[in-house]
Design a binder for this molecule. Structure first.
Ligand code: UT7
Length: 329
């Protein structure tokens, strides 16, 4: 029997493309306004990966290379790469394979994980188990999405919400508890409200699927909003209760960045002061699997050893969850 280890995030890095798409830019493409987008979502601008030769794996590699250079970890030491994404470069090979090759992780095992906006949280939980079980020592979890590749820029309800980006963390064994607990959920009966129906085995690409715009993300925003507000707060409350935490014990809430109103409602239910909520939705919009690690990267300098974090997400599937972790450095 192998020894069970504590696991912590030992480093984090984010990568976003340079090109900015502002609310004003969008108002020239669809019937919308900076005022509507700002008040309904909190988003001011998002990043877009414009170079057609670049894809999700390249953004993931951008984040991972930063992670490796700041930690001095040799790519050959990486045991496992889990890539959370709904916009893989292609259906196969997996994006994890492409990433491993590009970063020179010659000894790594890896796979993609599909859980939409909860992808990073699910992958983080999964990756941590490989370390707590004593199997591996260095696991990279990366959340990356090139949402602009599946967005219909004539659908004003959806195109204003999403952006491109990537964020990665290094997981390692630690002396003290880092990742402490998680509550993860799926409910496939919500699948129809947020989906991309074509390009898989049910509706392979055809002239019809293209005509019907089925290679784009579809969202029934109102319905998803209702579920997101309730479910994200439910799991956050559940994880706090079962770990005997009150709002004051939590140093940071790290919520998925889909809508500022959902984030505010979650913080309120958890009785967490808004000064302790990581929010960067105004800069990046919803980058799907990348939102949580991009928050961690933006706040890294403010995080102190022993800080208690609650990570929370909700997304297509439906998928949702919360994680309680203590920052170690
Ligand atoms: O990350 C995955 C999970 N996703 C989410 O959590 C997203 C959840 N949903 C949302 O964030 C919100 O539902 C949206 C931001 C998508 C929409 O906000 P809403 O407050 O639910 O607006 P709505 O859909 O009720 O639309 C209100 C009005 C409608 O017009 P009428 O019917 O009242 O005349 C829409 O047609 O706003 C209109 N509208 C817009 N107007 C200007 C919808 N999109 C736009 C737009 N610009 N971009």
């Amino acid at each position: 029997m192998m020894k069970a280890n504590h696991v912590s995030i030992s480093a984090v890095a984010g990568w976003v493309p340079n090109d900015v798409l502002t609310n004003y830019d969008l108002s020239k493409i669809v019937d919308t306004s900076d005022e509507w987008i700002t008040t309904r979502t909190g988003i001011k601008e998002r990043r877009i990966l414009k170079d057609p030769k670049l894809a999700t794996s390249d953004m993931a590699v951008g984040a991972i290379n930063k992670l490796l250079s700041k930690t001095g970890v040799d790519p050959n030491e990486i045991d496992l790469i889990i890539c959370a994404t709904v916009t893989p470069d292609m259906l196969f090979p997996s994006t994890a394979c492409l990433i491993a090759n590009k970063v020179g992780a010659k000894n790594a095992f890896g796979f993609d994980l599909s859980a939409a906006c909860s992808g990073f949280l699910f992958a983080l939980d999964c990756g941590s188990k490989y370390i707590s079980s004593g199997i591996y020592n260095k696991v990279i979890v990366v959340g990356a999405d090139k949402m602009s590749s599946i967005i219909d820029y004539s659908d004003r309800q959806t195109c204003v919400l999403f952006g491109d980006g990537a964020g990665a963390v290094l997981l390692e064994p630690s002396d003290q508890p880092g990742i402490q607990d998680s509550v993860l959920k799926i409910d496939g009966s919500g699948g129809d409200y947020l989906k991309m129906v074509a390009g898989g085995s049910l509706n392979p690409a055809s002239i019809e699927t293209i005509k019907n715009k089925q290679h784009y993300a579809y969202q029934d925003g109102k319905t998803v909003f209702k579920f997101a507000v309730t479910k994200m707060a439910d799991v956050s409350e559940e994880i706090m209760k079962r770990n005997h935490l009150c709002g004051e014990d939590v140093d940071w809430l790290v919520p998925h960045q889909a809508n500022l109103r959902i984030i505010d409602a979650t913080a309120k239910r958890m009785q967490i002061d808004s000064s302790k909520v990581m929010i960067n939705i105004q800069k990046y919009g919803n980058t799907t699997a990348a939102t949580i690690p991009l928050c961690l990267a933006d706040w890294e300098n403010k995080l102190k050893n022993g800080d208690n974090l609650i990570l929370a997400s909700f997304g297509g599937g439906f998928t949702w969850g919360a994680m309680y972790l203590t920052w170690r450095k």
